[in-house]
Design a protein around this ligand. Structure first.
Ligand SMILES: N[C@@H](CCC(=O)N[C@@H](CS)C(=O)NCC(=O)O)C(=O)O
Length: 110
C-alpha cells in the first residue's frame, strides 16, 4: 500500500512529517486539504482531528512524531543518534513538538 499523508498547506507539523518521509526515501501521496476541512478527513481516516496523519500498511499514524519514528525505521540513515543520545533527542523533540509547538501554532494562527 502506498502511504497517504493527510496535510494542510501551512503547518510546521506537516512539514516535519514530509521532511522525515523524504529523508527516508519513502514514496507517498499527499492528500492536502484546507485547514477547516482537514480535521474531518483525518478523523474519517482513523486519526484525531489534527494533521498530519499517515495512512499506511501499519495503520493510521496520528502525529508528526509517530510519522518521524516510522520513517526513521525505514531510512538508510537514521534520523536519531545511536545509544543514550537518542533518548535525549526524543525528549527534546517531545518537548518542542508537544505543548510548546501546539501553543506556538495556536498563537500564530490567532
Ligand atoms: N502533536 C501533533 C500536533 C498536530 C497539530 O497540532 N496540527 C495542526 C496543524 S499545524 C492541526 O491539525 N490543527 C487543527 C486543530 O487543532 O484542529 C503532531 O505532532 O502532529
Amino acid at each position: 500500500m502506498r502511504p497517504r499523508l493527510v496535510t494542510i498547506p501551512l503547518s510546521h507539523y506537516c512539514e516535519r512529517a514530509r521532511w522525515a518521509l523524504d529523508h527516508a526515501g519513502i514514496d507517498y501521496d499527499e492528500d492536502q486539504h484546507l485547514q477547516f476541512m482537514a480535521g474531518r478527513v483525518a478523523k474519517a481516516a482513523g486519526g484525531t482531528k489534527t494533521v498530519p496523519i499517515l495512512v499506511c500498511d501499519d495503520g493510521t499514524l496520528d502525529s508528526s512524531g509517530k510519522i518521524v519514528r516510522w520513517a526513521t525505521e525505514r531510512a538508510a540513515v537514521s534520523l536519531y543518534p545511536d545509544g543514550p543520545a537518542r533518548a535525549e533527542v526524543e525528549a527534546l523533540e517531545d518537548e518542542f513538538a508537544g505543548r510548546f509547538g501546539e501553543e506556538a501554532r495556536r498563537i500564530a494562527y490567532d
